[in-house]
Design a protein around this ligand. Structure first.
Ligand code: HEC
Length: 136
């Protein structure tokens, strides 16, 4: 093996090491939602929630962390390691209803799963509709 080949091999090995090291940090940032959910149609889009089901569920289950207005400043927020996304931000609101549904129901790490606590599909979508209204 001549010097040039050796240098190329060493650069290759070093790059692999770096990638393995950086990956766990970068993936914890973005939260990929499976395409099936991402494209899911909200069957209750635009439906009037006269009984305020969405808001009630939000106050009971979500407000403690996400805050009354969705700013991520609930009473429990300070004891968490993970930064809480701001529901009023454009970055949050530009996600599809399906993405919000998926993240709400399945959660990850410090974001709890609501698969068992909120079972009714209509309730789940009304909750998504409610967090959509926190856009200001
Ligand atoms: C114990 C605190 C806690 C509670 C309670 C909680 N969340 Fe979360 N939530 C989080 C944290 C922390 C994150 C960020 C998670 C991450 O990025 O890994 C999050 C993220 C989210 C996201 C994804 C935001 C984004 O842009 O990626 C949605 C949607 C969400 N929560 C909705 C809800 C809803 C709806 C409820 C109530 C049913 C709820 N959460 C209850 C802590 C909480």
């Amino acid at each position: 093996m001549n010097t040039r080949t050796l240098v190329i091999v060493l650069i290759g090995v070093a790059t692999l090491f770096l990638m393995a090291f950086i990956k766990p940090f970068s993936t914890s940032e973005s939260w990929e939602v499976p395409a099936k959910y991402k494209k899911m149609k909200n069957p209750y889009a635009g439906v009037e929630d006269s009984e305020r089901v969405g808001q009630t569920l939000y106050v009971v289950h979500c407000k403690s962390c996400h805050g009354k207005t969705g700013m991520g400043d609930g009473t429990k927020s300070k004891s968490l390691k993970t930064a809480i996304p701001n529901f009023t931000s454009e970055e949050f609101q530009c996600q599809t209803d399906g993405e919000l549904y998926y993240k709400t129901i399945f959660g990850r790490d410090e974001m709890p799963s609501y698969e068992k606590k909120i079972k009714d599909d209509e309730d789940r979508w009304l909750l998504v509709n409610y967090i959509r209204t926190l856009n200001k």
